[in-house]
Write a protein that binds this ligand. Structure first.
Ligand code: 9Z3
Length: 318
């Protein structure tokens, strides 16, 4: 079966999200407004996709991804002047608020007495500097109109959105980057084979046969985003096979960059693989303990490649 036919069959199995057209238009408008004032564009995908087991979903298969990579990268792209479409798993980490996600926000606050004796909520003095720093950046980004948040939950919603957004970004050619950090399920249950209602435990043990999700990089590079700069991520748990897997993906799909990472060390080290080079980006123990994000190094490195890519595609505008 051709890659295209495989994809048509995949999409035929699912009902598209009801917001799809509306969101595609929002991405189109966002992208053209930002391109008009010279901003390059990046579509970041972030967080893990779910695989529902029932149409009225109670249970689903999920994965470990929390959206650290995507949300942190979004901040660095914004800092470097990009307009960011942040397609993320519902309730996963988001840029800026991620800095407080592990905390109980009530611990940031206390009660104070107003002059008239009434109670009011105030920020604890010791929490103020961190809040101030992040809030300032967040407000600036909001006012600049350079961040668009979009949401998915299931793997099919993710794929419908990715295709629609890729089509919306097509007119912007090499100025659009795809940064595919979401952890996408390789397996799914077609909705025709899903139980309509909650699967009854009284029916005994549950046997599941999952179908294989077609590889999204193939149609993305060949059909949906033909002129864009595409960065995919490759995750393995075995460090001995990761380099070969990353190179294999790049050779197969012929996009611009694969970033390989190993589950256990992903916060400290990645390798950026292009047609001509392999570059390891890592944090020293000191950098890691200072709270530096490896995503800062990833984004800075990618921007150099993206700049060259744009120049090569549009030599007359150099
Ligand atoms: C990654 O490798 C991301 O770096 C992580 C980030 C998921 C490890 P967290 O969200 O983790 O910070 O907790 N993403 C994997 C992307 C993926 O599934 N790639 C597919 C593949 O390799 C296709 S693009 O087949």
């Amino acid at each position: 079966m051709t890659a295209n036919a495989e994809w048509e069959e995949y999409f035929d199995h699912f009902v598209p999200p009801s917001t799809l057209q509306h969101n595609q238009k929002a991405v189109q408008d966002f992208a053209s407004a930002n391109r008009q004032i010279g901003h390059d564009l990046v579509l970041i995908t972030s967080g893990g996709t779910t695989v529902p087991l029932e149409n009225n979903t109670v249970r689903f298969v999920d994965n470990f991804s929390v959206g650290s990579r995507g949300s942190s990268s979004a901040e660095y792209f914004l800092e470097r002047g990009y307009a960011v479409i942040f397609l993320h798993r519902h309730r996963s980490l988001q840029p800026f608020s991620r800095h407080f996600a592990k905390d109980n926000f009530l611990e940031y606050l206390h009660l104070e007495q107003d002059l008239d004796g009434s109670e009011k909520v105030a920020v604890k003095t010791e929490m103020s500097p961190k809040l101030l720093e992040v809030l300032k950046k967040y407000e600036e980004v909001k006012a600049s109109g350079r961040l668009l948040l979009m949401v998915f939950t299931t793997v099919s919603d993710y794929l419908f959105n990715l295709r629609a957004f890729a089509e919306a970004l097509h007119p912007f050619g090499p100025h659009a980057m795809f940064y595919l950090a979401a952890a996408v399920s390789d397996f799914y249950v077609p909705s025709s084979q899903m139980a309509k209602h909650k699967i009854r435990s009284s029916n005994g043990p549950l046997e599941l046969k999952l179908q294989q999700t077609p590889k999204l990089l193939s149609p993305l590079v060949k059909d949906w985003a033909t002129d864009a700069f595409v960065v995919s991520f490759k995750l393995e748990t075995n460090k001995d096979i990761i380099a070969a897997c990353a190179r294999e993906a790049l050779d197969k799909y012929k996009h611009q960059v694969v970033i390989s990472n190993v589950l256990a060390t992903r916060r400290k080290q990645v390798t950026l693989v292009t047609k001509t080079e392999e570059k390891m980006l890592s944090l020293s123990d000191h950098e890691f303990h200072m709270g530096i994000d490896v995503e800062q190094k990833i984004v800075d490195e990618l921007l150099k490649h993206h700049k060259v890519f744009i120049q090569e595609k549009q030599p007359s505008r150099r």
